[in-house]
Design a protein around this ligand. Structure first.
Ligand code: FE
Ligand code: CA
Length: 503
């Protein structure tokens, strides 16, 4: 069915049911406002967040999406079927200009472990339909199909990998950061950023988020399943650390810039009110339970970190090992260790941004000071903490590096003595453009690092109480539309036996 005929059908359906289901506020003359699609996120056993933003002209220079200052009543429907014949919940929410006419509805009263469909209506217009799931009930452990992704630079390629993720019909999608990029428009890439400058104020961040969200492949991925999102650096500025910038251009108050970036991020993501920022602070790290099968510990490794050791370079720096240096901040470290020790589910999955496993220095001394190798004491306390608590099923999920990697996490990397967990690193959706399948990346210096591939894509996981099966999924090109996706490597992780196994 074409999008047009689908919309016509839904409009007809909703008109027929409208007298009883959707009592409309006085119509305001706005053009079709659902140009950014719909999204869901933050699944709980009794509900999920559903999101949209009204933006008839999403790239308007004021960042307000073509909306006036008037508040708009937005009706929403949740059904157990895609045609909305079995309505589960309905309601109305007010979209206000202070939040760029975004709406975040925190649904409650739904059944655990179920599939739902949702849509919105405003000013007589009907939104696309999204699919959401509630988390299973605690005490149950149905199999989970979860995809995770990172680093989706709009200019570097087409979002084919997002389209392929939607086609996988997953239960849950994680985005681990670099959802947008803040840089100025390029003249040499396949697409062009709006606005054309490096974004640094609220209007700019809103326009950039809106531009990304106009992409139909990204819209399809959001509509396919609930998402859990955490940011990395480019949602604000490359390699920032807390309030420390890595360059001084464009000039300006970084505190105000971070506040603008965080606000726009929250406005455009299916997050709860609990995550809404206050000035330049936003409570993004949080736990989401998937029944008794898995617990997602979603980490924020930007907002509280110490500045990169010895600058933002890629050389070994002795300061990296100082015991007081932190990537998570003290409060988040305590929160994470406390949550791990609770053993809330079979699997503990850390959704986070930067490379976690230690890399033993190569002859040229190359080491990323932006990764956990720049904060080794913090990493050591976490690994020792979960190991001492007897956790055998910790899997660290990582983004950032625009390559696929897989590694065993070792109690002592130098001695290579004992595996205490597993790290899966997703490549980028598009960032750095087309890959090269012939690239090599693993080294005998780091025997715990098992896999490297330079192609764009995502990771698919299927988790049961006894095993997580892992498929690295990739497309050959992103500068040409519509490549198929293929599995380039698979692993199994056995419950109770940390580390990567041949499938
Ligand atoms: Fe990136
Ligand atoms: Ca990054």
């Amino acid at each position: 069915m074409s999008p047009l005929s689908r919309r016509t059908l839904l409009a007809g359906t909703i008109a027929g049911a409208g007298a009883t289901v959707l009592s409309s506020a006085p119509a305001q003359a706005i053009a079709y406002p659902f140009t950014l699609g719909v999204a869901s996120g933050e699944p709980a056993p009794d509900g999920v967040v559903i999101w949209t933003r009204l933006a008839p002209s999403p790239l308007n220079a004021d960042g307000l999406g073509g909306m006036s200052s008037a508040s708009v009543s937005v009706e929403w429907q949740v059904a157990t079927d895609e045609r909305f014949t079995a309505i589960a919940r309905t309601g109305t929410v007010t979209a206000v200009q202070a939040a760029a006419h975004s709406v975040h509805v925190e649904l409650t009263g739904l059944l655990p472990g179920r599939e739902y469909y949702y849509r919105f209506r405003a000013s007589g217009h009907i939104s696309p339909v999204g699919r959401a799931l509630t988390a299973p009930a605690v005490g149950t452990s149905p199999a989970l199909t979860m995809l995770f992704a990172s680093c989706s630079h709009y200019e570097e390629g087409y979002f084919t990998a997002y389209r392929r993720m939607a086609e996988e019909h997953p239960d849950l999608i994680l985005h681990l950061g670099d959802y947008i990029y803040e840089g100025a428009a390029s003249t040499t890439k396949v697409r062009k950023h709006a606005p054309t400058v490096e974004i640094d104020d609220l209007a700019d961040y809103r326009i950039r988020h809106a531009q990304y969200k106009t992409d139909p492949d990204l819209q399809a991925a959001h509509a396919a399943a609930p998402w859990l999102v955490v940011w990395d650096d480019h949602e604000v500025e490359n390699n920032y650390a807390n309030l420390v910038r890595n360059d001084s251009s464009p000039a300006g108050d970084f505190r105000a810039r971070r506040a603008a970036a965080y606000k726009a991020y929250w406005e455009h993501m299916p997050l709860r009110a609990a995550q809404a920022p206050v000035a330049e602070n936003m409570q993004l790290y949080r736990r989401v339970r998937w029944g008794s099968l898995a617990t997602f510990h979603m980490l924020d490794t930007r907002q509280y970190r110490d500045d990169q050791a010895c600058g933002d370079g890629t050389k070994v720096c002795p300061d990296a090992d100082l015991p007081n240096r932190t990537l998570t901040g003290t409060a988040q470290e305590t929160w994470l260790l406390d949550g791990l020790r609770q053993k809330l589910g079979t699997w503990d999955l850390l959704g986070q941004q930067v490379f976690f496993a230690q890399k033993l220095a190569s002859a040229d001394g190359a080491k990323s000071m932006d990764s956990w190798d720049g904060y080794t004491a913090n990493r050591g306390r976490l690994q020792r903490g979960w190991d001492a608590a007897g956790l055998r099923n910790t899997v660290v999920l990582t983004g950032d590096v625009h390559r696929s990697w897989a590694a065993n996490l070792m109690a002592d990397y130098t001695a290579q003595d004992r595996i205490v967990g597993t790290e899966l690193v997703t490549t980028s959706i598009t960032s750095t453009g087309d890959g090269n399948a012939a690239d090599t990346g693993t080294s005998s210096l780091n025997p715990h690092v098992k896999f490297y591939k330079n192609l764009r894509g995502y990771v698919r996981t299927t988790t049961t109480p006894t095993e997580m099966s892992v498929d690295f999924r990739a497309v050959d090109k992103v500068t040409v539309r519509d490549y198929p996706v293929k599995t380039v490597q698979s692993y199994a992780i056995e419950a109770g036996n940390p580390g990567l196994q041949a499938p």
